[in-house]
Design a protein around this ligand. Structure first.
Ligand SMILES: [Zn+2]
Length: 384
């Protein structure tokens, strides 16, 4: 799942890439502002201590960095347990609503899900206890200046709030995952457990949006807006998680060969761009075409938008093989691959079609549409 577009990898920790999404900078700014601006938390706490504005801003930045380090530890705890139970983890992404560990599959068992989820709030609670005792030590034993101990007091509070918020039984928050693991353990049915958990999750999302709207009316400002967005995001995440599990359940046991369109419409590598546009792009409207060599084997793929990047005068003299993509690891799949694997590959790739290849020959095309139609058909048959 790529949240809100592209993310940059900052560094790797214990083998997990840590990525940051552009929206994260907005959150960072909002947090620093909420701490250090004249009406902010640190400004209020340190009002009597005659602290300069630049010190306040510096404290705000350190506080925000401390919060993000805490978030990272929370997500690392999830990722470590997930990896131990054999779940592939794509990495940790920091974005506008905090952090998320990218699990690339559902947990193998209900107990694996329980442990994976519960370590999140537990690690935040442990961090909160650590910061609280450091605060007490600094304040009462070492008698350090208030600028220092308030920083630890703040981190103790936010980690406690993080633990509390994530414990809400609102799937896919940690508490919701714990709820799902219980339901799954009792019913032994991941699908029905997910359906109930995501219903509760989307209800919580709705509630947050309503509270956000009310808080806007009562002068909640940016906090209200953020709550509305957070509720909306939670609701979407709950709904799409349920859809994902449903799709995986429906596609379970099926292979790509069953859904592909065969034979595929192939383009010879030696025709001109002119001919490609007139004989293929315009009549078929496909997003990509497999390109074949003289033996009929797959030589590459070509996107239908690719000729648009070439000057029109050059179309008659440029060949398909000159502008095709020959790497194409991501757009290729074998007919024996499971349909669920195809589904996750299709949602990762921007192009909505994959070339099905057997012994080097293109034997079909599979699209998101093909899989969706099947899921639709199967669920219609079940309900009727
Ligand atoms: Zn968590």
């Amino acid at each position: 799942m790529s949240l809100f577009g592209k993310s940059w990898t900052l560094f790797k920790i214990l083998g997990f890439p840590v990525k940051v999404n552009p929206t994260w900078f907005l959150l960072f700014f909002l947090i620093v502002f909420s701490l250090s601006s004249p009406g902010g938390l640190f400004s209020a706490w340190l009002e009597q201590d005659d602290v300069s504005a630049s010190t306040l801003w510096l404290l705000g930045v350190i506080g925000a960095l401390g919060l993000f380090s805490s978030l990272l530890i929370h997500e690392l705890a999830h990722s470590i347990v997930a990896r131990r139970t054999g779940m592939p983890v794509g990495g940790i992404t920091l974005f506008i609503f905090g952090g998320v560990s990218e699990m690339e599959a559902e947990p193998p068992t209900a107990s694996a899900e329980f442990f994976m989820a519960v370590v999140g709030p537990l690690s935040s609670l442990a961090l909160s206890a650590f910061f609280l005792s450091t605060w007490a030590l600094l304040r009462f034993v070492l008698e350090s200046p208030p600028t220092v101990y308030y920083l630890f007091f703040y981190l103790a509070i936010v980690n406690f709030l993080l633990a509390a918020f994530n414990s809400l039984p609102a799937f896919p928050l940690d508490g919701g995952r714990i709820l799902r693991s219980f339901l799954w353990g009792i019913s032994e049915n991941l699908y029905s457990a997910t359906r109930i958990a995501s219903f509760v999750g989307s209800a919580f999302g709705m509630l947050m949006m309503i509270i956000g709207v009310f808080s806007l009316f009562y002068g909640g400002g940016i906090g209200g807006i953020w709550l509305i967005f957070l509720g909306f995001f939670l609701r979407q995440a709950a709904i799409s998680s349920a859809q994902n599990v449903k799709m995986q359940q429906t596609l379970g046991g099926e292979t790509v060969g069953r859904f592909m369109t065969a034979p595929p419409v192939c383009v010879s590598q030696d025709i001109s761009i002119d001919q490609f546009v007139h004989d293929f792009v315009l009549p078929y409207h496909f997003s990509i075409f497999p390109v074949i060599n003289d033996e009929g084997k797959l030589a590459g793929i070509i996107h239908s938008l690719r000729p648009g990047e070439i000057n029109r005068d050059r179309w008659p003299h440029t060949l398909v093989k000159d502008i095709m993509e020959s790497g194409l690891s991501g757009n290729k799949i074998s007919p024996d691959t499971s349909a669920t694997e195809a589904l996750s590959q299709l949602s990762k790739e921007q192009g909505q079609r994959l070339v099905v290849v057997e012994n080097g020959y293109p034997v079909g095309i599979i699209s998101l549409r093909d899989l969706m139609d099947f899921i639709q058909l199967k669920s219609n048959l079940k309900t009727s």
